[in-house]
Ligand binder design. Structure first.
Ligand SMILES: [Mg+2]
Length: 384
């Protein structure tokens, strides 16, 4: 039963991250209009014309004009044609979409390497630490939206919050061409009011089941017992319980796996004494470890970078058989490396990096609480 207690410990809300969800507005249809301005404000349907396919085919995207006729993605092209016979059918051009998508990512990378694409036109960005040293994720989101508009001539919507699922809900909130920021202090009230069908991951079937259980909005979900939710919805019940409380620790998972996480500091006054250097190493080790935990990564190689007064720069590296687990351990390693330096000058820059990163995989523990199908649970989920 010990593990049961572990699972049902009241979850803690981490609000330290800054996450942006960027979603292009009616992407394929907007691209078609950009390429052919005569299509602007017309009901554009991205699908091959049903007359050319003998009625087969489905709608990939419809412009906002076409949506007024009830046309939506995944609808059969034939149905769309019946709803709007004067609609303009445009064949999708995936090569062009991919090209634009990589242009979008180039814009994202000006700010962060922590980018998780969900599709060609949608991505999560973790900007907690970013390339422009901007503390406001909202300002970064605005700049990204402006760059996409100016450079790609397309519009997008953005959601800003402290985790992925709230950022995703937020980006949809003022669509098209909108931005919604949900800071930690507003999240709970926002979620309490949110219709259950707007919680990401709750499909049509689950919505019906929720309604039959009297769960219509976030506050109804909030008041459910966790064990009951898990009984009814399996693994999803567990995450719903957390989401109703604004909790989602799943990291932004990059496709190009960053190989290292590090932090460096340049000192306006060069560090002269050993104790100053040790203090700086302590601070850096703490920041790097926090960032590793946030990203759910760990590594076995530590690199200490030192730049002296005269701009000579050294990087010293140590490998270990086991993953570095704690801030103390990282501090101790960096300190050991530092102590081997025979320095004669002031230090103007220090950096600590942990490399050869791998994802932290949490152990699966058996839980004797449920029937056989529920016997295995991952205590801390590593994926979403
Ligand atoms: Mg989109």
């Amino acid at each position: 039963m010990r593990y049961g207690l572990l699972l049902f410990d009241e979850p803690v809300r981490d609000t330290s991250r800054k996450i942006i969800h960027v979603d292009m507005d009616a992407f394929y249809a907007s691209v078609a209009m950009r390429e052919d301005p005569s299509l602007v404000r017309k009901p554009v349907i991205i699908a091959r014309h049903p007359k050319k396919t003998g009625g087969r085919g489905v709608v990939a995207t419809a412009s906002y004009e076409a949506r007024k006729y009830g046309i939506h993605s995944a609808m059969s092209a034939q149905k769309a044609y019946e709803l709007c016979p004067h609609g303009i059918f445009v064949q999708p051009d995936f090569e062009l979409y991919r090209q634009i998508s990589s242009q979008m990512h180039a814009i994202f990378r000006r700010y962060t390497d922590w980018i998780q694409p969900l599709s060609l036109d949608e991505a999560y960005l973790d900007v907690t630490e970013n390339h422009v040293n901007q503390k406001s994720a909202t300002l970064i989101a605005q700049e990204i939206r402006t760059a996409i508009k100016q450079e790609l001539n397309l519009s997008c919507s953005a959601g800003v919050s402290y985790n992925k699922f709230i950022a995703k809900i937020a980006s949809d909130y003022r669509k098209p061409d909108g931005i919604t920021v949900i800071p930690p202090k507003d999240a709970q009230a926002f979620l309490m009011d949110l219709a259950i069908e707007n919680f990401p991951g709750v499909g049509k079937k689950s919505v019906e089941k929720m309604h039959s259980l009297g769960i219509y909005k976030g506050s109804d979900l909030y008041n459910q017992d966790e064990l009951e939710l898990v009984k009814q919805f399996g693994k999803m019940g567990h995450s719903l319980y957390r989401r109703a409380r604004g909790i989602d620790d799943s990291p932004v998972k990059t496709e190009r796996e960053p190989k290292s996480i590090g932090k460096e500091s340049t000192f306006s006054d060069n560090l002269q004494s050993d104790s100053e250097v040790i203090k700086a190493i302590r601070v850096l080790a703490g920041k790097v470890m926090t960032n590793l935990k946030r990203k759910q990564k760990h590594g076995k190689i530590v690199v200490l970078k030192i730049r002296y007064d005269n701009f000579e720069t050294y990087t010293r590296r140590r490998s270990f058989p086991d993953y570095i687990k704690s801030e103390d351990e990282l501090f101790q390693i960096a300190l050991d490396i530092w102590e081997e330096e025979s320095r004669t000058m002031g230090v103007r820059l220090l950096g600590i990096t942990v490399t050869a990163l791998e994802s932290v995989v949490y152990e699966t523990v058996p839980l004797p609480l449920w029937s056989s199908s529920h016997n295995e649970r991952i205590v801390k989920k590593n994926e979403d």
